[in-house]
Design a protein around this ligand. Structure first.
Ligand SMILES: Cc1cc2nc3c(=O)[nH]c(=O)nc-3n(C[C@H](O)[C@H](O)[C@H](O)COP(=O)(O)OP(=O)(O)OC[C@H]3O[C@@H](n4cnc5c(N)ncnc54)[C@H](O)[C@@H]3O)c2cc1C
Length: 377
């Protein structure tokens, strides 16, 4: 810690730590837990700039998902079968880890099934998925104890869509605040120290082999022996050439609706539209593909263009006979790239990156944390 206006004691408290994680989202916290379990005698700190706000981990849709059939086919077309199936498996395993470690009750998890739906005009998409389903299921049979995708008639859901959905029975929904809080409690319980209001400005190599961190609006200074950057797209601040881009996701939640005819999580348009039941409300998000360039931003606005598209989905497709009103709206930042897999890397000595979590980072987070810490072997 710099000498600035700090007491002798403050300086001694904060001057150095063995292992410092920047970013207090799901990846940062689980990385810290893995570190503390592996190195119980070392000090492990998480430095987070906000008490609340910013973390996608607390601004997401709470889908406990690992990929609809349409999304997997889209992934295959971009990254090839091997990588696409591997990513799917990582997400599946990651989710099972979270459920096993924390229990469904603690994270508000319900295995409600994930439905891929097909509004009018997307019939050819359904045909394409149908044709590919036997091969997909065959390829994924080792991942699941049950078949990955099945067809189901969803007429009773009273949506303005085709009657057939492609369902992933193992997917579900969780409550994002319960998950992050539970993981945070776990981190504290194993001895991780978490400090907020620590907005890291710069990281610089230190002669001793560690890293010196400096902060916004403070002349504090911390020496970290090992540094783990878990700030998703915000890692660009220190590594501008990193292959990751910010991608804004916008979300709306309706006021309570008297009778919703469905439960579960839903994907449409290759996953670019997603919605779920949330008690008596509907949460809907996405539509980034309407304005890819504009949504490639760290800006936190909810924009009229995306909002009106999401409201159109509610009014015309999801609950066509209901007059919906919006109660909450927000946005969050994801870390994306055409290479869809996460960056888990030892960038140089004592410096590790766990970023680029894509649109299904909840499920991936535990696996990324484990792999990142494995790199310290
Ligand atoms: C709108 C939206 C909906 C989503 N829906 C889902 C979903 O339903 N299911 C799913 O699996 N995934 C979903 N995701 C993706 C998922 O939420 C993320 O992939 C995941 O939460 C990423 O976790 P993380 O820890 O890497 O990043 P984050 O949770 O974003 O945490 C990064 C942290 O780093 C901190 N930070 C950044 N810069 C600094 C700095 N300079 N100093 C200190 N701290 C810093 C930030 O404040 C933040 O708290 C969604 C994302 C968004 C935005």
């Amino acid at each position: 810690m710099g000498s600035g206006n700090f007491s002798f004691w403050e300086q001694r408290w904060m001057e150095r730590a063995d292992q410092v994680v920047i970013g207090g989202g799901l990846v940062g916290l689980q990385t810290a837990i893995e570190l503390k379990l592996k190195y119980p005698h070392k000090s492990v700190w998480v430095l987070e700039r906000n008490a609340f706000g910013d973390a996608a981990s607390l601004r997401n849709a709470g889908f406990a998902c690992f990929g609809s059939a349409g999304e997997i086919l889209d992934d295959i077309s971009r990254m090839g079968e091997d990588q696409a199936f591997q990513l799917y498996e990582e997400r599946y395993k990651g989710l099972q880890d979270l459920i096993k470690t924390y229990s469904p009750e603690k994270i508000g998890y319900e295995q409600s099934g994930g439905y891929e739906i097909f509004p009018s005009g997307s019939e050819s998409e359904l045909d394409h998925i149908r044709e590919s389903l036997p091969k997909l299921n065959e390829s994924l049979k080792n991942v699941h104890q049950q078949v990955a995708f099945v067809e189901r008639n969803i007429k009773k859901f009273e949506m303005n869509v085709g009657e057939t959905a492609i369902v992933s029975p193992s997917e579900g929904a969780l409550q994002s605040h319960l998950l992050l809080r539970t993981v945070r409690h776990h981190a504290l319980a194993v001895g991780v120290e978490i400090y907020t209001s620590m907005d890291v400005q710069s990281i610089e190599k230190h002669g001793s082999g560690g890293w010196v961190l400096r902060f916004e609006k403070s002349d504090a200074q911390i020496l970290a022996k090992d540094l783990f950057v878990c700030t998703n797209a915000w890692a660009l601040k220190w590594f501008p050439d990193l292959e990751v881009e910010p991608a804004r996701g916008q979300i709306l939640v309706t006021k309570p609706i008297p009778s919703i005819a469905f439960r579960g999580i839903f994907h449409a348009d290759k996953g670019y539209i997603y919605f779920r039941s949330l008690g008596s409300r509907i949460l809907i998000g996405g539509a980034r593909n309407k304005q890819f360039a504009a949504e490639n931003t760290f800006d936190s606005a909810v924009t009229p263009e995306i909002k009106s598209e999401l409201v159109r989905w509610l009014n015309e497709i999801i609950v066509p006979n209901v007059n919906v009103e919006i109660d909450n709206e927000w946005s969050g930042v994801m870390g994306m790239h055409q290479k869809r897999s996460p960056i888990i890397e030892r960038k140089e000595e004592h410096l590790y990156l766990g970023v680029r979590m894509g649109g299904m980072g909840v499920a991936l987070s535990s696996q990324v944390a484990k792999k990142l810490v494995k790199l310290t072997d």
